[in-house]
Design a protein around this ligand. Structure first.
Ligand SMILES: Cc1cc2nc3c(=O)[nH]c(=O)nc-3n(C[C@H](O)[C@H](O)[C@H](O)COP(=O)(O)O)c2cc1C
Length: 197
């Protein structure tokens, strides 16, 4: 079982018009895909319409979005959440995507990649730890953070060119090493005994 690649879903949380999130998410995806032990996919919330009105009968666009997203989250061994910082926390779009799900998160590790102004999104990342603890998911210690990383500082994201420097790549590697350890350990644990929340 440990010889199967670790399926990691990278969740890009910003849906803002003019967002820079895709530059960070695609940079991180490259870091993960460079390591043979990972099989990494991208879920860009900007590609979906997720209503924040949680319901057993969601509107058609939300139903269609969930039909794609939910099975991918359920099949994942691990997650990496890419988040900007809005008003000292993470964006509502991300909370909505998290709240539509429950069992899909539990007993799995979550890595955090953040960006923002001077704080590099670290407050958003720390808030996410509290939310994932409630969902019986474990966040890994190391993070990657990009400081002064906004359209104001850099211009449109598709003009960014290279996002991360060597320090960022080193930080991503440390995060992925921790995520991989937890992903394999928890995959084996979930197979041995179903997680009971
Ligand atoms: C509504 C809003 C609130 C923000 N609040 C903060 C903040 O509290 N701290 C910070 O460092 N940056 C803050 N920023 C800056 C964003 O983190 C930065 O612009 C980031 O690049 C936004 O990501 P996005 O373009 O992918 O949406 C805020 C931006 C917005 C739009």
């Amino acid at each position: 079982m440990t010889d199967q690649p670790i399926r990691v879903e990278v969740l890009s949380g910003s849906v803002r018009e003019g967002r820079v999130g895709p530059a960070v998410a695609s940079w991180f995806l490259e870091q993960a895909r460079a390591l043979p032990e990972f099989d990494a996919g991208l879920i860009d919330l900007g590609d979906y319409e997720l209503s924040d009105r949680l319901s057993a009968n969601p509107p058609a666009a939300t139903g269609a979005a969930l039909a794609e997203i939910t099975p991918r989250l359920g099949a994942a061994d691990a997650f990496v959440v890419v988040t900007p910082e809005y008003n000292h926390s993470f964006p509502a779009s991300l909370k909505t995507a998290i709240d539509w799900h429950h069992a899909e998160w539990q007993g799995k590790p979550v890595g955090l990649v953040s960006y923002g102004g001077v704080s590099g999104g670290l407050r958003a990342a720390e808030h996410l730890r509290q939310v994932f603890a409630e969902l019986n998911a474990t966040t890994v210690r190391n993070t990657v953070s990009f400081h002064r990383f906004s359209a104001k500082d850099h211009g449109p994201w598709d003009d960014f060119g290279d996002v991360g420097d060597q320090d960022a790549a080193t930080a991503a590697r440390a995060l992925l090493d921790q995520l991989g350890w937890w992903a394999l350990a928890l995959r084996e644990a979930r197979a041995a005994r179903p997680y009971r929340a």
